[in-house]
Write a protein that binds this ligand. Structure first.
Ligand code: ATP
Length: 975
C-alpha cells in the first residue's frame, strides 16, 4: 500500500509543517514503548519540533506539535508506509472532520459502493478515481462521539450523478488515509447533491454494534471467556438471522463479509484476537481461531499481529514460533482462499454465469477453499451458487447454439431448459422474442409453401408480404415470386374475363354494347396470351359468338328499320316489301334470341306497316286488348290465362283439367295490346283520322264482354288515361289545322245510343221508347229516329240532331253532354248505361278552297254493349229482355261480318238496327277497326275464348278498297 503523497527531501526538517496521513499514535517519549498520549486522526496538521535520526539520513520518529492535542512523539513512517506527509493546499482535505454533509468530493481511488453503511452490506457498484460525489450523510455526524469507531466514522452515504449511483463508501481507509479530496469549485458548481432522508433505524443498529464491539474488546482483554463467548454468539446469531432475512441488503457472499464485531478494533486498530493473544487468554484465542471469518493477520497501529503478541506472551521457543508461523501461513492461505471464493461468488452473482470461465473459477476457488479448510458453511454457499449456475450456464450455452443455428425447435427446447433453470426473465426475454419471430417465420414459410402450391394470387401476395417481414429464406421468396409472376397475369385475365362476361350477360333488355363485346374479345385474347386453360375462356368465347351474332342481327334490324321509315305508304308493293324485309330481319333476330325489348321499336313499326298494308288492302283491322287482372280477380285468386307472344299474337291458356295441361290457343290480330297504354293503342290507329279527312268512312268500335275494358279503350279517363274518342278529336283538329289554308272544313257531330233496338238522341233526348219532345212548351211529338240508307249506301238517321263543332273543345263538350244524357236516360229506364250501344258520329266535310272540290268522310265511334252469356249472367225479367236484345244485335253484327268474310252477295245489314246504323262503315269503301276487349281472368276464360273466336271471324275480310275518287276513275288528290 503506497502513500498517496510521498514526502519530499527535507519535508520533515525541524519546523516543517506536515499533516498526518492516517491515524498516528502519539507518545510521551521517542521510544515506542513509552506512554501513549493518544492518537492523531488522519489529516491533522502537525509542526515538526525535533526529528530523531535512526540511521543517517533516515528519520523515523519526531517530536511534533499537532494543531489540536498535546505535543508528543510520533512515527513518521513505517516500512513502505508514510504516516505523515507534507501539508498540501491542493488536497485541501486532510481529515475526516473536514468533511461535512453536502460536501462535493472527488475520489482518489477505486471505491466500492455498498447498499448499507456496514462494510459487509451488499456491493452495488464502484466509483473510478476522480469520480465526483456529493456527501449525503456521514454516520459519525449522527452518532454520539463516545460511540464512534474508526470504521464507522469514515463511512458516508454519497451520490454520484455521473454513475447514477447512490450508496455507502469509505472516505478514508482503516489507517486514516483519505480516499477522497475536495472537488474544485468548478466541479462543485457542476454537480448537485441529491438529498436523501436519513433512516434513523440505522443509528440504533450502530449503537448496538458499538456496544457489542466494546464488550468483545473488553472481555478479550480481561480474559472473561464466558462473557466473550456470550457476546460473540449473540452477535453471530444476530448477524446470521440478518443474512437470512429476505429484506437484508447484506450479501452473504460479499468478499468483504466478516464477522465485523469479532474483527472489530479499538482506536489503535487492536482486535479482540490481538488483545486475547497479548494477554494470554488462550480459550478466547482458540475460540476466535475456530471462526474462519476472523482476520488473523490484522495489524494494530504498531504493525503487530495477534500472532506476534501471542508468541511474545507465551515466550515460545524458536521451534514453536516456526510452527506458529507455519500455522499462520496456513491460516493466511485459508483466508486468501476464502476471500477468493467470496470474490468468485460475488462475481458470479453480479454477472451470472454468462462467462463460462467464471464458473470454472468458482469451481477452482471452491476446491482451493476446501483444501485450505474454509468453513463448511461457506463452502456450501459456494457450492449452492455453483449448483444454481451450472444449469443456467448449460441453458445459456444451449440458447446460444440454438440462436446461432436459427433452429426454432432447438430454441424452444433451450428456452424450456432455461426456464427450469430459473434464468432471469430479462435474460430470457430476447430469446423468447427471437422464438416468436422464428415461429412466425416458420408459419410464414408454411403459408408461402401452401400459397405456392395453390397458385392463388391473393394468397401468394399475402404470404409473400408476410414471409418478407418474417425474414423467410430468400430462395423460398424468389421461388414464390416466380410463381406469382406467372399466376399474376393469369389471375388478371381471369378477373377481366369474369367481370366482362358478367357485364355482357347482365346487360339487360337491350343486350350488350359493341364496346362491351370488344372488351370481352380482348379479355379472351389476353387469356390465350397468358396461357389460360382453354376451358377457362370457352364459355366467354361461346357467349361472345352468340352476342356478336345477336349484335349483328340487331344492327341489321336497326338498318332495315331506318331504311323502311321512308317507305312510300301509298304504294302497296313498297309497303309489302318493306314489311317483309323488316319481318325477315326480326325473324333472324328472334332466332338468335335477341331480347324482345331490343326489337320493340322495329316490331311496332312492322305492325304499323302491316296495318298500312291492311288499310291499302281495305281489310277490317282487329286489335285485341287484354286488360289487366282487377284487384277483385286477384283477391279471388284468378290467374291470367293470356300470354302475349308478340305484338300481333296472343295465346290463351285453357285451365288445366286435373293434372293435364291444355295446349294454349293462339290468335293472330293486327295488333295485340296486353294491355298497352292509351297512347300506344291510339298511335296504332290514328292514321284512320287522316283517312276520314281524306274522305273515307271510318268505324272504330269496341266489342267484348261486360267489364272487359271497352269503355276504357273508347273513352278512358283523364290526361294519359284518355281513350280513343278524345284522342281522335284532338288528332282530327290537329290535322285540320295543318290543312286549313287549303281546305274549308265543317265538322258535324251527333251522339246516340241504341237501347233495346231503339235509337236515342243523346243531344236532345229524342227517340227511344215512349219518346216525347223535350222542347219546352211544345206538344209531345213522336220523333222516332229512323235509319235510312241512300242510293250510295250512306246511312242517315232521321230526326237525329247534329251539331257543328268548330273547335275540339266544342266537340269534347258535346261528347261530355251526350255521356251525361246517357246516364240520365239509363237512370230513367232503370238500366245500366253499358246495356246500350253508344255511337258518336263525326262527319268531316272538306271543300278545297281553290277547286271547290268537296270531300266527305265520317268517323263512327261505337262502344258496344257487353256481350253476355245468358246462362252465366243468369238474369230474368227486364234484364233478361235487355240481354236478349243485346245478343241479337251482336249476333247481327257477327252475321254481317261473316257475310263479308265469305264474300256473300247478300250482307244482312238490315237484320238489326245496329248493323243498319253501321252499314256504311262496315265493308264496302269504309275502313273499320274493331277493338276486341278481353278479360285475362281464368274465371272469364270461356267468354274471352268466345270473344277471340268472334273476332277472328272478322280478321280475314278483304274489302275492295276503293276511294270514292277512284270509283269516279280519277286519281286521288287531297281534298
Ligand atoms: N287497359 C286497361 N287498363 C287498366 N284498366 C282497365 C283497362 N281496361 C279496363 N280497365 C278497367 O276495367 C274495368 C272495366 O272496364 P270498362 O268499364 O271499360 O269495361 P266495359 O267493357 O266497358 O264494361 P261494360 O260492358 O260493362 O261497359 C274498369 O274499372 C276499367 O278502368
Amino acid at each position: 500500500m503506497a502513500p498517496i503523497e510521498s514526502a519530499g527531501d527535507g519535508a520533515f526538517a525541524e519546523g516543517a509543517s506536515c499533516v498526518t496521513l492516517r491515524m498516528v499514535p502519539i507518545r510521551e517519549e521517542e521510544c515506542l514503548s513509552s506512554k501513549l498520549l493518544g492518537h492523531l486522526a488522519a489529516g491533522i496538521p502537525v509542526k515538526v519540533l525535533r526529528a530523531a535520526e535512526t540511521k543517517p539520513g533516515e528519520m523515523r520518529r519526531a517530536l511534533v506539535e499537532p494543531a489540536t492535542g498535546p505535543k508528543g512523539w510520533i512515527t513518521l513512517s513505517t516500512t513502505g508506509q508514510a504516516m505523515v506527509g507534507p501539508e498540501t493546499k491542493k488536497a485541501g482535505l486532510s481529515s475526516l472532520d473536514q468533511v461535512k454533509e453536502g460536501a462535493q468530493l472527488e475520489t482518489l481511488r477505486l471505491l466500492p459502493v455498498r447498499a448499507g453503511e456496514a462494510l459487509s452490506s451488499q456491493y452495488i457498484g464502484q466509483l473510478q478515481p476522480r469520480a465526483r460525489i456529493t456527501v449525503l450523510e456521514i454516520v459519525s455526524a449522527h452518532v454520539p462521539s463516545s460511540l464512534r469507531t474508526n470504521t464507522l466514522q469514515r463511512r458516508a452515504r454519497i451520490s454520484c450523478q455521473a454513475e447514477q449511483l447512490e450508496g455507502w463508501v469509505s472516505l478514508s481507509d482503516s489507517k486514516g488515509l483519505m480516499l477522497v479530496r475536495m472537488a474544485t469549485t468548478d466541479q462543485r458548481r457542476n454537480s448537485k447533491a441529491i438529498p436523501v432522508p436519513l433512516d434513523h433505524s440505522d443509528t440504533f443498529s450502530l449503537k448496538k454494534k458499538r456496544d457489542t464491539a466494546m464488550g468483545l474488546l473488553a472481555s478479550a482483554r480481561s480474559g472473561d471467556f464466558s462473557k466473550f463467548q456470550e457476546i460473540a454468539e449473540a452477535q453471530i446469531q444476530m448477524q446470521d438471522s440478518d443474512d437470512l432475512s429476505p429484506t437484508s441488503p447484506t450479501s452473504p457472499a460479499s468478499p468483504a463479509r466478516r464477522r465485523d464485531n469479532l474483527d472489530c478494533c479499538d482506536a489503535r486498530g487492536r482486535t479482540p484476537l490481538m488483545y486475547a493473544s497479548a494477554f494470554g487468554n488462550l480459550s478466547i484465542v482458540e475460540y476466535l481461531l475456530k471462526k474462519g471469518e476472523v482476520y488473523v493477520n490484522a495489524m494494530d497501529d504498531t504493525q503487530k499481529t495477534a500472532a506476534l503478541e501471542s508468541a511474545k506472551q507465551a515466550q515460545v521457543d524458536q521451534d514453536l514460533m516456526a510452527r506458529a508461523s507455519e500455522r499462520l501461513k496456513q491460516l493466511k492461505e485459508r483466508d486468501d482462499a476464502f476471500d477468493h471464493l467470496l470474490e468468485k461468488i460475488d462475481e458470479i452473482q453480479r454477472n451470472g454465469s454468462r462467462n463460462p470461465e467464471g464458473l470454472q473459477g468458482l469451481q477452482e476457488a471452491l476446491q482451493r477453499a476446501r483444501e485450505t479448510g474454509v468453513a463448511e458453511k461457506e463452502l456450501q454457499r459456494g457450492q449452492d451458487v455453483l449448483d444454481q449456475e451450472m444449469p443456467r450456464a448449460k441453458a445459456r450455452q444451449l440458447l446460444r447454439e440454438a440462436e446461432e443455428e436459427s433452429d426454432p425447435s432447438a430454441l424452444r427446447n433451450a428456452i424450456a431448459i432455461a426456464t427450469t433453470a430459473n434464468l432471469p426473465v430479462q435474460e430470457l426475454a430476447p430469446f423468447e422474442e427471437l422464438l416468436r419471430g422464428a415461429e412466425s417465420k416458420e408459419a410464414a414459410e408454411a403459408a408461402l409453401k401452401k400459397a405456392k402450391e395453390s397458385r392463388d394470387v391473393a394468397l401468394l401476395k399475402f404470404a409473400l408480404q408476410q414471409a418478407k417481414e418474417a425474414g423467410v429464406d430468400a430462395t423460398a421468396i424468389s421461388d414464390a415470386e416466380q410463381v406469382l409472376k406467372v399466376e399474376g397475369p393469369k389471375h388478371e385475365a381471369r378477373e377481366l374475363l369474369k367481370t366482362q362476361l358478367e357485364k355482357v350477360q347482365g346487360s339487360g333488355d337491350h343486350g350488350p354494347s359493341l364496346e362491351d363485346l370488344n372488351v370481352l374479345e380482348q379479355a379472351i385474347e389476353k387469356g390465350k396470351e397468358v396461357q389460360l386453360e382453354e376451358t377457362e375462356y370457352a364459355r366467354a368465347k361461346e357467349v361472345l359468338a352468340q352476342e356478336q351474332q345477336r349484335a349483328m342481327c340487331r344492327a341489321e334490324v336497326a338498318k332495315v328499320l331506318e331504311k323502311v321509315q321512308e317507305v312510300d305508304k301509298s304504294s302497296m308493293e313498297a309497303v309489302e316489301m318493306a314489311k317483309e324485309e323488316l319481318s325477315n330481319a326480326l325473324i333472324a333476330a328472334k332466332a338468335v334470341d335477341v331480347p324482345s325489348a331490343a326489337l320493340r321499336q322495329a316490331d311496332a313499326f312492322r305492325r304499323r306497316l302491316h296495318n298500312t298494308l291492311e288499310d291499302l288492302r281495305g281489310s277490317i283491322r282487329v286489335f285485341c286488348r287484354m286488360r289487366p287482372l282487377s284487384q277483385r280477380e286477384k283477391d279471388l285468386k284468378n290467374t291470367d290465362v293470356s300470354q302475349l307472344v308478340d305484338s300481333m299474337t296472343v295465346e290463351l291458356q285453357r285451365p288445366a283439367v286435373g293434372s293435364f295441361p291444355n295446349e294454349p290457343d293462339q290468335f293472330n290480330f293486327d295488333a295485340v295490346f296486353k294491355p298497352g297504354t292509351q297512347a300506344e293503342v291510339f298511335d296504332t290507329c290514328k292514321d284512320l283520322v287522316q283517312s276520314a279527312i281524306d274522305g273515307y268512312n271510318v268505324a272504330m268500335f269496341a266489342y267484348g264482354q261486360t267489364g272487359a275494358g271497352k269503355t276504357y279503350t273508347m273513352y278512358g279517363g283523364k290526361g294519359d288515361g284518355e281513350g280513343t274518342a278524345p284522342r281522335t278529336i284532338a288528332e282530327l283538329y290537329r290535322l285540320l289545322k295543318q290543312e286549313e289554308d287549303r281546305v274549308q272544313f265543317t265538322i258535324m257531330a251527333s251522339m246516340m245510343e241504341l237501347y233495346r233496338n231503339e235509337l236515342v238522341d243523346l243531344l236532345t233526348q229524342k227517340g227511344g221508347p215512349k219518346r216525347k219532345s223535350q222542347t219546352p212548351g211544345s206538344a209531345t211529338v213522336e220523333q222516332k229516329l229512323n235509319v235510312r240508307t241512300d242510293q250510295n249506301g250512306a246511312v242517315q238517321i232521321e230526326h237525329l240532331s247534329e251539331e257543328e263543332c268548330k273547335t275540339a273543345q266544342a266537340l269534347s263538350d258535346l261528347l261530355e253532354r251526350g255521356n251525361q244524357m246517357r246516364t240520365v236516360c239509363a237512370t230513367k229506364m232503370n238500366s245500366e248505361s253499358s246495356r246500350s250501344h253508344l255511337i258518336l258520329t263525326i262527319r268531316v266535310v272538306g271543300v278545297n278552297k281553290q277547286t271547290g272540290q268537296k270531300l266527305s268522310g265520317k268517323i263512327l265511334l261505337c262502344d258496344l254493349a257487353g256481350s253476355e252469356r245468358l246462362k252465366k249472367s243468369d238474369v230474368s225479367g227486364e234484364a233478361q229482355k235487355e240481354a236478349i236484345e243485346i245478343n241479337k244485335s251482336l249476333t247481327a253484327l257477327g252475321d254481317v261480318m261473316e257475310a263479308l268474310v265469305k264474300g256473300s252477295a247478300h250482307v244482312p245489314y238490315k237484320n238489326h238496327k245496329l248493323t243498319q246504323v253501321m252499314s256504311d262503315a262496315l265493308g264496302g269503301t269504309s275502313k273499320t277497326l274493331m277493338f276486341v276487349n278481353c278479360s285475362p281472368a281464368s274465371s272469364n276464360f270461356e267468354e274471352t275464348l268466345m270473344t277471340l273466336k268472334f273476332a277472328t271471324r272478322a280478321k280475314n275480310i278483304t274489302n275492295d278498297v276503293k276511294r270514292k275518287m277512284i270509283a269516279k276513275g280519277k286519281s286521288m288528290p287531297k281534298a
